[in-house]
Design a protein around this ligand. Structure first.
Ligand code: 2M8
Length: 460
């Protein structure tokens, strides 16, 4: 993606060409009404990938953006849960594991859709943010487009509200403002050291035999989670199946129950977007009051997870009540949830700029690695244990913008685009060498590039 460099300002041709490169990735990964996260590594529809994809498509193909989310929400469970994977029945056999058969969700739970099959987990709720972006990009366009998008908002508002209600109730029976996850896959940061302590305490039982397909699609197995990590992931899945994906039973018996601060912060930001969508569709006042409660509760909950020594926010083990003290990009959660007092905001920015994150002198690009290079668990090539993820950088850029930190945000936007100009639309990057890792044509990387490029044009 050499042409995407933003270093030289006022180069509309470069932006144009970067745009078409990013749009090309999404086109190639597209399957009828939705988009694969990556051509071979991830051949099904993933929940938060689709939200980011729709957010990017909002700038290039508004209709496809709405279809992406409609396809996803068509598989929403009766509980309101939006499943983390929707399995494509036409994907090549043995192309991804665990597959639909292993999840067996429609046979086990009356709440699951019968077709297409889905996983039994969920992922961070970026969806309302994407829907809001679709609305924003339609404004000022021709009246037919605006009314089509308004219609889309009307149709999907109840689905979004149900999804958020599920998270605020089933996933937070304590009303703490923090969302409980049942599996590292729900966090989206699968093998992050955030989960090490809780996973270590899980006694792995008899995992039915399996073979991993993910390792066939990456250049080096060390980029992906390890086999012992996979055994634990698969064991947790077996335990969830034993409960038939029943929320109350999971809460009573499951060994992995964690208050995830990144998930919770995205939930707050998504509730802010939902509040604006509620205005567009003239939702009832009770809805607005409810969404506002979730926002306040979330910010309060995140405030209680603050670690004054590390100057970051920490996840919490629900079963022990203990904070999980690891320095990762998730610690910037309060920046994402917004509404900070200036003191807390400054502390977070200080941590962001420090050698523990973007200020580390060895970094190829001054962008926050997924795990701090100063944390003992840091690994520069292993998935969420150290590499820089453009999608995580996007989240921080967007949060800086919302916090009114315009100069910083602009600098970060340019840096992300320079990283992509150098290494392409990879899934993640080695933070010191800048080497692209994982999948080389990752949809959400291309999608966030489209959003960043649109901001360059002043249209985001
Ligand atoms: C990764 O997760 C999947 C399992 O859900 C995997 O490793 O096989 C994560 O990066 C996750 O955040 C992402 O949604 C998914 C697809 O891109 O891949």
């Amino acid at each position: 993606m050499k042409e995407a460099s933003s270093q030289e300002d006022g180069a509309p041709a470069k932006v144009e060409s970067a745009n078409s490169l990013a749009a090309g990735v999404l086109r190639r990964n597209g399957v009828e009404s939705w988009t694969r996260p990556a051509p071979t590594l991830y051949p099904h529809q993933w929940s938060w990938d689709s939200a980011f994809i729709a957010l990017g498509l909002a700038h290039t193909d508004n209709r496809r953006a709405t279809r992406e989310l409609e396809t996803l929400f068509a598989s929403q469970w009766d509980t309101g849960k939006v499943p983390h994977i929707i399995f494509d029945p036409d994907a090549p056999p043995r192309s991804y594991f665990p597959d639909a058969e292993r999840w067996n969700s429609s046979a086990l739970s009356a709440d699951a859709p019968s077709a297409p099959h889905t996983s039994g987990l969920c992922q961070p709720p970026v969806h309302a943010v994407a829907v809001h972006r679709i609305w924003e990009t339609s404004r000022g366009k021709d009246e037919r487009r605006v009314s089509r998008v308004r219609e889309f908002l009307r149709d999907n508002y109840p689905r979004l509200l149900n999804w958020h209600r599920y998270l605020a109730t089933a996933r937070d029976p304590e009303e703490s403002g923090l969302v409980t996850i049942y599996h590292p896959w729900e966090s989206g940061t699968d093998n992050s050291p955030r989960w090490d302590k809780v996973l270590e305490a899980v006694e792995v039982g008899d995992v039915p035999p399996y073979s991993r397909h993910d390792l066939q699609h990456v250049a080096d197995a060390s980029h992906r989670p390890t086999d012992p990590e996979y055994d634990r992931f698969l064991w947790l899945l077996e335990l969830l199946k034993r409960t038939r994906y029943e929320e109350a039973e999971i809460y009573a018996s499951h060994p992995f129950l964690v208050k995830d601060v990144l998930f919770s912060a995205i939930f707050v930001a998504a509730n802010e977007a939902l509040l604006e969508i509620a205005d567009v569709v003239d939702a009832q006042d009770e809805d607005r009051a409810l969404i506002e409660t979730w926002i306040h509760r979330g910010r309060r909950g995140l405030g209680e997870c603050w670690d004054p020594e590390l100057k970051l926010c920490m996840d919490r083990d629900v079963r022990t009540g203990e904070p999980l003290r690891v320095r990762t990009v998730a610690g910037f959660a309060p920046l994402i949830s917004g509404g900070l007092d200036p003191g807390r905001r400054d502390e977070l920015l200080e941590t962001l700029d420090s050698p523990a994150f973007s200020g580390h002198p060895g970094l190829r690009w001054p962008l926050p690695p997924s795990t701090s290079p100063e944390d003992p668990s840091f690994h520069p090539r292993s998935y969420w244990r150290g590499p820089t993820w453009p999608v995580a950088s996007w989240l921080l850029w967007w949060s800086l913008l919302r916090a009114g930190e315009l100069e910083r945000a602009d600098h970060m936007r340019k840096t992300i685009l320079d990283q992509l100009a150098d290494g392409g639309f990879a899934e993640y990057f080695e933070p010191f060498t800048g080497e692209p890792l994982g999948s080389m044509e990752q949809s959400w990387t291309a999608a966030v590039a489209l959003d960043l490029l649109a901001a360059e044009n002043g249209s985001a």
